[in-house]
Write a protein that binds this ligand. Structure first.
Ligand SMILES: [Zn+2]
Length: 166
């Protein structure tokens, strides 16, 4: 499953990428609807949107689409679970910023990591594993924020189980 989302769903895009899903978004531009529809059509992507008019256009063109109901991210993720059965497994496989596939940093490449001002020096000393996006240069690791991510994922999985048993 691959997705393309509208600009109202930036947070959702990042979460989908975190779960490993190839998810494109577009910059603000003229004829934004057409650009989104073309991306969905060409790439066989599911169009995910909060825009009723856009969704109607997509349906007319035979594009698989989903109209997101909630403005709240956890609710949106539940909607995606309900609609597409997406897997809620956080992984370091895709850049959450640009959607490119990321890779593990090799020991001889640690200079790349050191050069980032958002990587604390104590992280480097602890022998933390790092991942790199070759496209935009973003560096990732399983820091404190990773605990929060896992906690949210756990909540989502629990919700799914409870729903199944109702
Ligand atoms: Zn990137």
């Amino acid at each position: 499953m691959r997705f393309v989302t509208d600009r109202m769903l930036g947070k959702l895009s990042r979460w989908l990428r975190l779960f490993g899903y190839d998810t494109l978004e577009i910059k603000k531009q003229e004829n934004e609807d057409d650009a989104l529809l073309a991306l969905a059509e060409k790439g066989g992507r599911i169009l995910v949107s909060r825009d009723r008019v856009l969704v109607r256009k997509a349906i007319k063109r035979g594009i698989r689409t989903y109209l997101v109901q909630s403005p709240e991210i956890m609710e949106q993720l539940r909607e995606m679970q309900g609609e597409f059965g997406i897997s809620i497994e956080p992984q370091l496989s895709r850049c959450t910023l640009c959607n490119s596939v990321i890779r593990k940093v090799k020991p001889e490449e640690m200079e790349l990591v050191r050069a980032k001002d958002y990587v604390y020096p104590d992280r480097l000393e602890e022998g933390t594993d790092f991942w790199l996006c070759d496209n935009c240069g973003q560096v990732y690791w399983q820091g404190k924020h990773w605990g929060n991510i896992m906690e949210r994922a756990e909540r989502l999985r629990k919700w799914k189980m409870e729903k199944r048993h109702q």
